[in-house]
Design a protein around this ligand. Structure first.
Ligand SMILES: N[C@@H](CCC[C@H](N)C(=O)O)C(=O)O
Length: 325
C-alpha cells in the first residue's frame, strides 16, 4: 500500500505524495494527470485541493529531500511557501530532524520546526528565496519597463501601483484599500493575466494586500494555475517584501509581520543581505487526512478514488479552534 497525506498551510490545501515509497515512481505525465484528478473538487477525494506536492530524494549534499509542486491545472510551479512548510513537516517526521534543507526548483531552502502554535497545531518556518525584480525572471514583457516597482500600469489599472517580484515563482503585488480588496478587481486581473496575454506569458500570481498597521497585513491571492486560494505563502512573503520596501518609514525590515489571509494567518520576516532579500515564512503545517491506496491506482489514467481509504486526523479541528480564537 502507498500512503498519501492531505495537508494544509493556512487552508491552502494539497495532497502530498512521497515518490520514494513507490517501486516505480510516477512519470512526469502521470504526475500531471494525477494532480489534475486529485485536486478536482468534483471527482477528487476529500473535495479536491489546490495542488499536489511531490516528494523525492535529493542528490544535493546536506539536503533531506526534494519538493516539486503541481498546480490544480497540472502546471508546474517553481515554488510554494505553504506547501514547503507541509513538506518540511513530512521530512522532519520521516527523518526525525528539526532543522534541515529541502531542494526546490531553484534553490535548497532552509526549514526549521517551531514550537507548536497550540495542541495539534504544528508550526514550521521556511526560507523563501531567491528574490528577483528582473523582468526576465518572472517573466513579464510589453509593460514598458525592465523592473516594475510600485508603479501604475495603465493596461492593468489606472490608479493602483504594482510591483512584480519573483520569489522565485512570479507575483504581482498591489497594496490596496479595503474597498478595492472587496471589489471584483483582483478576480478580473487574476483571470486576465492567467490566460494568454501580452504581459505575463507564463501567467502570474496576483495578490492584493491591505496594510492594517505597521506589523499586520491582510493578503488575498488569485493564484496562477488555481484561482482564488485561502492563502498563498509565497504571495504573503512577496507582499511583506513590497510593504517593507515601499513604506520604509514603517521600518519593517527584520521585524515580525503578521499576515492574515482568508484561511488564517502566518508570520513573515523580511531579511536584507548582501545579495538582496529573503523572507522567513512561519505558519501551520497541518495534516488533515492519511490516504491509503495501491501503487497500481496511482498509475491509472482514471484512479478510482472510491477505493482509496481516508482517515481523518484531529489536526484540522485543532487548527479551526485555534484560528477561531
Ligand atoms: N500556494 C503556493 C503557491 C503555489 C504555486 C503558484 N500557484 C504558482 O504557480 O506559482 C504558496 O503557498 O506559495
Amino acid at each position: 500500500m502507498v500512503q498519501l497525506q492531505k495537508v494544509h498551510g493556512s487552508q491552502n490545501q494539497f495532497f502530498l505524495l512521497d515518490q520514494t515509497q513507490l517501486q516505480q515512481p510516477l512519470s512526469e505525465k502521470e504526475l500531471v494527470n494525477l494532480a489534475q484528478q486529485l485536486t478536482n473538487p468534483k471527482i477528487g477525494p476529500l473535495g479536491g485541493a489546490d495542488g499536489l506536492l511531490v516528494v523525492s530524494t535529493s542528490q544535493h549534499p546536506q539536503v533531506l529531500g526534494r519538493m516539486r509542486v503541481l498546480n490544480a491545472d497540472g502546471s508546474w510551479a517553481s515554488m510554494c511557501g505553504n506547501g514547503l512548510r507541509t513538506v518540511g513537516r513530512y521530512l522532519a517526521d520521516k527523518y526525525q530532524q528539526k532543522t534541515f534543507k529541502v531542494e526546490t526548483a531553484q534553490a535548497d531552502l532552509q526549514v526549521s520546526c517551531q514550537p507548536d502554535w497550540a495542541p495539534n497545531v504544528k508550526a514550521i518556518s521556511v526560507e523563501i528565496s531567491p528574490v528577483s525584480f528582473a523582468a526576465q525572471d518572472l517573466p513579464f514583457e510589453n509593460l514598458g519597463t525592465e523592473k516594475l516597482f510600485n508603479q501604475t500600469v495603465s493596461v492593468l489599472d489606472s490608479d493602483l501601483k504594482f510591483t512584480a517580484v519573483a520569489v522565485p515563482n512570479p507575483h504581482l503585488i498591489s497594496l490596496v484599500s479595503p474597498a478595492i480588496l472587496k471589489s471584483k478587481l483582483l478576480e478580473q486581473l487574476g483571470t486576465k493575466l492567467n490566460q494568454p496575454n501580452p504581459y505575463f506569458p507564463d501567467g502570474v500570481n496576483v495578490s492584493f494586500a491591505q496594510v492594517i498597521d505597521s506589523s499586520h497585513l491582510f493578503v488575498k491571492t488569485f493564484e496562477r494555475g488555481v484561482g482564488f486560494t485561502n492563502a498563498c505563502g509565497t504571495g504573503m512573503s512577496a507582499a511583506s517584501l513590497v510593504f517593507a520596501l515601499t513604506q520604509p518609514s514603517e521600518q519593517v525590515l527584520e521585524k515580525l509581520i503578521t499576515v492574515s489571509n482568508p484561511g488564517g494567518f502566518v508570520q513573515t520576516r523580511v531579511h536584507k543581505v548582501a545579495q538582496g532579500y529573503w523572507i522567513e515564512l512561519i505558519g501551520n503545517a497541518t495534516i488533515t487526512h492519511y490516504l491509503q491506496t495501491t501503487e497500481l491506482q496511482l498509475h491509472q489514467a482514471h484512479p478510482d478514488f472510491s477505493k482509496w481509504q481516508a482517515v481523518a486526523t484531529p489536526e484540522d479541528a485543532a487548527y479551526q479552534e485555534f484560528i477561531a480564537r
